[in-house]
Design a protein around this ligand. Structure first.
Ligand code: FAD
Ligand code: NAD
Length: 468
């Protein structure tokens, strides 16, 4: 039986990053993956393919709706959806090939097959052809991720009633896509198909979309998705059933007045969150405990109740985000190597890749109010930005929350062009505990969208923006 210092189960952004960091630190490392390609949800059916389709459809939408205003005449712009999907597959293929290369470069042993604990030090790998192999590992990192969740009584048929995985592979543009859940997946994939001409209706249980982010962002995004893409929103609606008959789907919901609402469309995307994935992992054989939501329990070192087994990413508590999983992968590798790493969970940014983009880091206004913290608000709209006017992206704003007494930045919330990239400045500022005045006094290249951050900080620190 081959022996390893560390074995990682699952090759998503948590697992493959953990494996690389372990190898960098000199450990003999194995990575087990049951799926035919490495990269997990993120690279195969998550972050990367969804962004590829978001980029393609944004080009199309701009060609149809904005080019004329730029003085560019294009006639008969057409969508070739199968080709768009094929390009997306190419992006995924190239990206997962990059992970194969990184495994070889770092001399990580990749074992293809389903990993399962025999005991706390032995793992069995069942290959696609049914053959089995066992390895011994001093330490194991569980990074088996998550799968789409559904609602009780709703059967996902993967044809008309679909999850994000199928929505990334459609071969026709839906006429009316009904989306259950106004969270990140619903709004990103809803944008993809609305830009291509589908009618999109979002049925959401809460009174706001992207309800966990700062409230101002959800309100503005809802307004813009309605204005730009014709989204229809059914907030405060609890879905009670979904059925499919031939090419028609029917979604039934109860609204907050207790009335029954019925929507008919040709596709229903169920996007109500994701559940941890630990099927046939043999957790009981290793003695690893899970909580009441099926998440693997870990301590502050991300160690499970079994002293040589760690867990990271979507399979444990916290935000289900690729970059959170990656940070945890590095954290555990360094912990095993005897280092003392740290993760500031409050400063893991959240991004929604709609257009405009939405991005957020730190505390929301709602959280600060709940804490009874006294804070100042500074904001700056993109309609006052020269760069935004040049690119016709004048919707949205940057909002900065700062401590009333010390001026320390406590939260940054933005909706607008390229906010997914711009939020990095908020993360850096908050990691270094900058004040709003610190950022306001730093030079920001002109003309860039980042000037909005500087102006919002000027507004937060002393209510003295220059360009408003
Ligand atoms: P995963 O990526 O889920 O990887 C787990 C891997 O473990 C899988 O490959 C699985 O096959 C394997 N596995 C499971 N059990 C076993 C076993 N017993 N043996 C062997 N292998 C096993 N996050 C972002 O930060 N940004 C985004 O833009 C973003 N977009 C997304 C879009 C969509 C449509 C979806 C669905 C998700 C998106 N996410 C995004 C979330 C992101 O994909 C996850 O948070 C991330 O992939 C979690 O990483 P992980 O390593 O914990 O698990
Ligand atoms: P989510 O938690 O973001 O949103 C699910 C939504 O469904 C919530 O708003 C919830 O209130 C609603 N809902 C639940 N039950 C309902 C019901 N019965 N009727 C109506 N609405 C109901 O989950 P998601 O959008 O499925 O995404 C899953 C995970 O993937 C998230 O944790 C997210 O972080 C991750 N993800 C991230 C990105 C990104 O970072 N850009 C993109 C896609 C996915």
């Amino acid at each position: 039986m081959e022996k390893f210092d560390v074995t990682v189960i699952g090759s998503g952004p948590g697992g493959y990053v953990a494996a690389i960091r372990c190898a960098q630190l000199g450990m003999k490392t194995a990575l087990i993956e049951k799926y035919p390609s490495l990269g997990g949800t993120c690279l195969n059916v998550g972050c990367i393919p969804s962004k590829a389709l978001l980029d393609s459809t944004e080009h199309y939408h701009k060609a149809v709706h904005q080019f004329a205003d730029h003085g560019i005449e294009v006639k008969n712009v057409k969508v070739d959806l199968p080709k768009m999907i094929e390009r997306k597959r190419g992006v995924v293929k190239a990206t997962v090939a990059g992970i194969d290369y990184l495994m070889k470069k770092n001399k990580i042993t990749v074992l293809a097959g389903h990993g399962s604990f025999v005991n706390k030090n032995t793992i069995e790998i069942t290959k696609a052809d049914g053959n089995k192999e066992q390895i011994e590992s001093a330490k194991t990192i569980i990074a088996t991720g998550s799968k789409p969740a559904s609602l009780p009584g709703i059967e996902i048929d993967k044809k008309r009633i679909i999850t994000s995985t199928e929505a990334l592979e459609l071969q026709e543009i839906p006429k009316h896509m009904i989306i259950i859940g106004g969270g990140v997946i619903g709004l990103e994939l809803g944008s993809v198909y609305a830009r291509l001409g589908a009618k999109v209706s979002v049925v959401e249980f809460m009174d706001s979309i992207i309800a966990t982010m700062d409230r101002g962002l959800g309100k503005e995004l809802q307004r813009l998705l309605k204005k730009d893409l014709g989204f229809e929103f059914y907030l405060k609606h609890k879905v009670t059933g979904v059925s499919a008959k031939a090419k028609e789907v029917t979604v039934s919901a109860d609204n907050d007045k207790g009335e029954k609402v019925e929507l008919k469309g040709d596709y229903c995307l169920v996007a109500v969150g994701r559940k941890t994935y630990t099927e046939n992992l043999g957790l009981d054989k290793a003695g690893v405990k899970v909580d009441n939501r099926g998440r693997i329990e870990t301590d502050e070192h991300l160690k499970t109740n079994v002293d040589n087994i760690y867990a990271i990413g979507d399979v444990i508590k916290g935000a289900m985000l690729a970059h959170k999983a990656e940070e945890e992968g590095v954290f555990v590798a360094e912990t095993i190597a005897g280092q003392k790493p740290h993760i500031n969970y409050n400063l893991i940014p959240g991004v929604v890749y709609t257009w405009p983009e939405v991005a957020s880091v730190g505390f929301t206004e709602e959280q600060l109010k709940e804490q009874g913290k006294k804070y100042k608000v500074g904001s700056f709209p993109f309609k006052a930005s020269g760069r935004a006017r040049a690119s016709m992206d004048t919707d949205g704003f940057v909002k900065v929350l700062a401590d009333e007494a010390t001026d320390e930045i406590l939260g940054v919330h933005m909706i607008g062009p390229r906010c997914a990239d711009m939020i990095a400045e908020g993360v850096v500022a908050m990691e270094y505990r900058a004040s709003a005045e610190d950022i306001a006094r730093m030079s920001h290249a002109h003309p860039t969208f980042t000037e909005n951050m500087k102006e919002a900080c000027l507004d937060a620190t002393a209510k003295r923006p220059i360009h408003l």
